[in-house]
Write a protein that binds this ligand. Structure first.
Ligand code: F6R
Length: 366
């Protein structure tokens, strides 16, 4: 049932070109002129008049939500907040009429997320779900939603669900932006074109697997890792660190690259590998200077860069390339090599990749 792969996690990483197709199927018109999400369109007025959108989620789904925040704010100009479901539910949160709560959950069974949904519902919010598991508790508790349709995810470490969640969030942002007229037709088309090309581009990223496996051997015995990213890729840094922690049991932290100088820089020495996401985006130059700072302190740099990059390549110890794509979709491409890096390090350490210690696939307890 692992389809010839040694672990479900690797199978699920490799499935991503296909799961993105399943996720966008019937939702993006073949000619790339429109996006249709029935759950959003059926509640169009509510979304267009929303004062605020609040994402509630846990773990990887919370990281995806941070990307959703950036997508919706950038494209739709609606204020967005992202909350850990466990914090939201015990904080007596301010929920106003006109707020939309979006619950994000692969399993649809996470206890804290379900409780956050129930609370928001009691207070009169409109609740939208982004789930994978059809008919799950969260999917049933929400007023409407969009399934990610990536198929069963068996590996405890979430991979294809994350890229599916981000893809759905990009489609939600596009749908609303189109209705609101908050993006130019050129931008709208470029994002759609990006979504259509994702499967082929993820295939290209997967071709680096052999190199990433080689690279992983250098870092098998590292005790700590730092992951740095900015903008759309800051949440990807958090997600990369979580993947490594949960399956290899190596301590890792994700940080917004520019926050380094406010503390974590003290940790940098030659024993500290730093995974730096430095794709060609509007803050590339700033990221380059953050990387230079790490280098000057002896940190070992593994950089994720856009194909053809020369500037970071000259500074970093190791580079992993991803193909160019519109900035807002880079998280989907960048997360793949980070999944692979965590996977190979965990395999090198002979960890139980699909069922890491102390973790369950659905966290149905508080
Ligand atoms: C990490 C992971 C967890 C889940 C979290 C939420 O790889 O799988 O952090 O993301 O437990 O689960 P769902 O999305 O099912 O609500």
């Amino acid at each position: 049932e692992k389809g010839g792969y040694p672990h479900f996690m690797l199978k699920e990483i490799y499935e991503q070109p296909k799961t993105i197709i399943d996720c966008t199927r019937g939702r993006i018109s073949a000619d790339g002129s429109s996006v249709t999400l029935s759950g959003v369109m059926a509640n169009k007025e509510r979304f267009l008049n929303a004062n605020r959108i609040i994402f509630v989620a846990c773990g990887t789904s919370w990281h995806a939500s941070l990307i959703g925040e950036r997508l919706i704010e950038e494209m739709c100009r609606i204020p967005v907040e992202v909350e850990y479901a466990s914090e939201f539910r015990y904080r007596n949160p301010v929920i106003n009429k006109g707020d939309i709560v979006i619950a994000v959950s692969q399993s649809g069974e996470t206890a804290d997320t379900l409780a956050a949904v129930e609370l928001a519902k009691e207070r009169g919010a409109f609740i939208f779900g982004i789930c994978n598991q059809v008919g799950s508790s969260i999917a049933r508790a929400t007023d409407s939603g969009t399934y990610i349709h990536v198929g069963p995810e068996i590996g405890v470490a979430s991979t294809k669900a994350f890229t599916g969640q981000v893809t759905v969030m990009a489609m939600i942002a596009l749908t609303l932006a189109h209705e609101k007229g908050t993006v130019t037709p050129e931008y709208f088309s470029e994002v759609i074109r990006g979504l259509q090309r994702l499967p082929e581009l993820i295939e290209r990223v997967l071709e680096s697997d052999g190199r990433i496996s080689e690279l992983s051997k250098i870092f098998t015995y590292s005790r700590n890792f730092l992951y740095l990213g900015r903008g759309y890729n800051y949440p990807v840094a958090l997600e990369g660190a979580l993947k490594l922690k949960e399956i290899s049991y190596i301590h890792a932290e994700g940080y917004p690259a520019a926050e380094m100088k406010h503390g974590p820089i003290a940790l940098i020495d030659s024993e500290m590998p730093v995974v730096a996401i430095a794709t060609a985006d509007n803050i590339y130059d700033k990221t380059v200077s953050n990387i230079q700072t790490v280098k000057a302190r002896g940190g070992k740099i593994i950089a994720v860069v856009t194909e053809g990059d020369t500037v970071v390549r000259a500074i970093a110890d190791h580079c992993i390339e991803v193909p160019p794509i519109i900035e807002c979709l880079t998280p989907i491409l960048v997360s793949v090599p980070l999944q692979l890096l965590a996977y190979h390090i965990a395999v090198n350490k002979d960890r139980n990749v699909d069922q890491p210690r102390n973790l369950a696939k659905s966290v149905t307890v508080e």
